[in-house]
Design a protein around this ligand. Structure first.
Ligand code: PRT
Ligand code: MG
Length: 216
């Protein structure tokens, strides 16, 4: 038995918003709105559960090192992180999108690939991108970016980008087209492996309740 509080790491924005209904179904209400407070630790209606707000890419790191017992992170983020020290019991089926290759609408991607040209690809997702192009036998030079990937082909920084697409509106607005879909993306529940043993009595019912809410 362990009475230490449970700490759940979430990022502001779509993950926070789409996780709320799942928490609610598990009987947990977050008592403050991250868009209205500057607090980074938010209380819930349960004295033994609190939420910490971190950058989306930092969620796996917080959970891996025990800064949080559990968290919610996109598959994109988890693949880049590597998943060390994380138990991933549930696909929450939220924050859905796909990871794709996109180019300028006047760039003949198929012809470039067919002729075996070396492509410059800008992305935040270098691990997934490297694997994807290696599997296809396409030679690429990867350029690591941290945001606004869509700008890279427009400025001549890169021939192509690997980025997330949901509605496709960002690509259209920037005269880009999707040429390959690499994988579907959704967010997962991640749990610290040590916490799963030490705080099992608190964690197990919570994971089960969230699982039931996802299936509904
Ligand atoms: O924004 P910040 O730099 O703080 O971090 P972040 O971008 O990692 O966080 P956030 O909250 O934007 O994304 C969190 C998670 O949501 C990601 O890790 C994905 O798993 C998931 N997700 C789902 C998305 C999208 N849909 C999405 N559309 N993340 C980003 N986008 C971006 C995309 O990169 C592109 O710039 O939205 C743009 C495309 O959207 P459409 O609708 O125009 O196609
Ligand atoms: Mg973002």
């Amino acid at each position: 038995m362990n009475n230490a509080p449970l700490t759940l790491a979430l990022s502001k924005g779509r993950i926070f918003e789409e996780t709320l209904p799942l928490l609610r179904a598990a009987g947990i209400e977050v008592l403050e709105d991250p868009e209205k407070t500057r607090k980074l630790i938010l209380p819930t209606n349960r004295p033994d559960v609190r939420v910490v707000l971190v950058r989306a890419t930092d969620v796996p790191t917080y959970v891996q090192y025990g800064g949080a017992d559990l968290g919610v992170a996109g598959k994109d983020v988890l693949l880049e992180h590597g998943g060390d020290g994380l138990y991933q019991p549930l696909d929450l089926n939220i924050a859905k999108c796909r990871m794709s290759v996109a180019v300028r609408d006047d760039f003949d991607y198929a012809a470039q690939v067919k002729q075996g040209y070396r492509l410059r690809v800008a992305t935040k997702y270098t691990t997934v991108a490297r694997q994807h192009f290696a599997d296809k036998g396409v030679h690429v030079d990867l350029i690591k970016l941290y945001g606004s990937m869509e700008l890279a082909p427009l400025t001549g920084l890169a021939d192509a980008i690997v980025d997330l697409v949901s509605t496709g509106k960002t690509l259209v607005a920037n005269h880009l087209i999707e040429v390959e879909q690499i994988m579907d993306i959704s967010s997962r529940l991640v749990v610290n492996q040590a916490a799963l043993k030490l705080k099992r009595d608190a964690l197990r019912p919570l994971i089960d309740a969230i699982s039931a809410a996802v299936q509904r």
